[in-house]
Design a binder for this molecule. Structure first.
Ligand code: AMP
Length: 499
């Protein structure tokens, strides 16, 4: 999901994509909406700006509740939950920095078609949505939101195919970009992943309380396995890249309308985004992060007294690093858990404050020590600079920064929130320059090959990498049609949006 908004963030950053999301769907379960709320809660790390649930009752009526803020802020009210009746539900967590935050953009999106109601929740970014939107608007489609995900609704509406699944396939064949989506209509729940499988989507099966099924099993589709765990669903499998799964009372059917392509799952899900207790694409995230840390220690070990993670995302990599290097692991930085991720702060100024609100130095673990600081990524360098300053102020003798991802040199166009290139520290400075700016004695990033080794490959296969690593390489596997398009095209669609 990406906003097609004229409001830039930060100022002048109109190339930036604002969305990361979590999706969840449940079919044939008692208290489907309550399960959806639990699923969203487990996926809260994928989106903290807004949350929505649409349920479908036995009479074929849809019920919806959406709101800005965290899941608990929106679905803690018994009356709200009671209103979300039915044995099927769809849910979405939205992560936005700022820009257009209107309720009309909060998903799941819903529309009434000739075939009945239809709701959809999307994680990912479409890269040709501006062009599609322009064409659709010219045909008379009336857009209700500024999110790119709404093109799915209109493409389905104008499709000449008769079944919902065929209409959806028709729509998917016209979009480019990354999408993991879950949709709901009167006859079925549908899950779909883009042909390269950039964003995750898993299928689970419900059995036993609390979602005990009547007349056949209950099914769950979710961005990550941590959302299956919370509702007691058994992991069945990942939805394959390019696969559409149709879940109805007859069970689960699979359609693969796209030709076979080598998948390009987002490597940043392993590095940072997915929850450490999730298993993505068959590989536990936690173990992968520890292996990346161990690889980092082998590649760029340095004499030190303590290994200190930048919590929380740097913790597993720091554990792997410490174990491999034989250096004590210490919690030298304490994180305040009641502050959101710094990226959700709307201005640079507030974001600077945000880092201080979020982290504080644990002096006894740092004073007089040679410290290896481990974080998962350096984006703008703001966090690292503040943390290093804090660690030095707490008396560290040396500070060596080790990063469990390669330098982030390119923006993500497929659903991870990254600033435009001009704001990426690694796009603007070499290693020495970065080390100087963040104020460390030494700085090292995991190599691209080292990252792939930690993922169980011999190194990065240049022809068939097997992962999307565009943020580190600029190798964009899906065309960036809108970004490459001419300004007039983009402008026209934006004008339509702002009317
Ligand atoms: P920066 O301060 O811009 O260098 O951001 C780096 C910090 O932000 C690291 O500690 C990461 O854990 C975290 N981070 C990296 N990517 C993202 C993202 N897409 N959204 C939120 N936080 C992120």
């Amino acid at each position: 999901m990406n906003e097609m908004s004229t409001r830039p963030w930060p100022a002048g950053d109109d190339d930036k994509f604002h969305e990361e999301c979590g999706v969840f769907g449940v079919w044939n379960a008692t208290d489907a909406a309550a399960l959806a709320a639990l699923g969203l809660h487990a996926l809260q790390h994928r989106g903290q700006e807004a949350a929505g649930i649409v349920s479908l009752d036995e009479a074929g009526i849809f019920h919806s509740h959406k709101g800005q803020g965290l899941v608990g802020d929106n679905f803690g009210d018994a009356k709200v939950m009671a209103s979300l009746r039915g044995r099927a539900a769809l849910a979405h967590n939205r992560y936005a920095t700022t820009g257009e935050t209107a309720l009309r953009n909060v998903q799941p999106l819903y529309a009434d078609f000739a075939f009945g109601g239809f709701a959809v929740a999307h994680n990912g970014n479409l890269t040709n949505a501006h062009g599609l939107r322009r064409a659709l608007v010219q045909r008379g489609c009336l857009f209700q939101s500024t999110t790119d995900s709404e093109v799915f609704i209109h493409l389905i509406a104008i499709s000449l195919y008769s079944t919902v699944a065929d209409r959806l396939i028709d729509a998917l064949k016209q979009v480019q970009g990354a999408y993991s989506l879950v949709a709901l209509h009167n006859g079925a729940m549908i899950g779909a992943r883009d042909p390269l499988g950039v964003r995750p989507l898993v299928l689970g099966r419900l059995g036993g309380a609390p979602g005990e099924a009547e007349g056949g099993p209950g099914w769950v589709l979710a961005s990550e396995t941590c959302a299956l765990d919370i509702v007691g669903a058994e992991f069945v499998r990942d939805v394959d890249p390019g696969e559409i799964v149709i879940v109805d009372d007859a069970g689960v059917r699979s359609i693969k309308p796209f030709g076979r392509q080598q998948s390009r799952f987002c490597v940043f899900e392993y590095i940072y985004f997915a929850r450490p207790d999730s298993v993505v694409e068959g590989t536990p995230v936690y173990g992968t992060r520890k292996r990346i840390g161990a690889e980092l220690a082998r590649e760029s070990g340095v004499p030190a007294d303590v290994v200190v993670p930048v919590p929380d995302s740097g913790v597993p990599a720091a554990m792997g690093y410490a174990a491999e290097a034989g250096i004590p692991f210490e919690l030298g930085i304490i994180r305040n858990h009641y502050v959101g991720r710094t990226f959700i702060e709307p201005t640079d100024q507030i974001r600077h404050l945000g880092v201080k609100l979020k982290h504080s130095a644990n002096r006894p673990a740092l004073e007089g020590k040679r410290v290896v600081l481990v974080d998962d990524s350096i984006v703008r360098g703001t966090t690292s600079r503040k943390i290093v300053e804090m660690v030095r102020a707490a008396g560290a003798r040396e500070v060596h920064m080790r990063v469990s991802s390669p330098p982030t040199t390119h923006s993500c166009h497929y659903g991870i929130d990254t600033p435009e290139r001009a704001k990426l520290m690694a796009a603007q400075h070499d290693l020495e320059g970065m080390a100087r700016i963040i104020g460390v004695d030494s700085l090292a990033f995991i190599s691209l090959d080292g990252l792939y080794r930690a993922l169980g490959k011999p190194g990065r296969d240049m022809e068939r990498p097997g992962f999307c690593d565009a943020c580190f390489t600029g190798d964009y596997a899906i065309p960036l049609t809108d970004a490459m398009g001419n300004a007039a095209d983009r402008q026209l669609s934006l004008l339509q949006v702002s009317q």
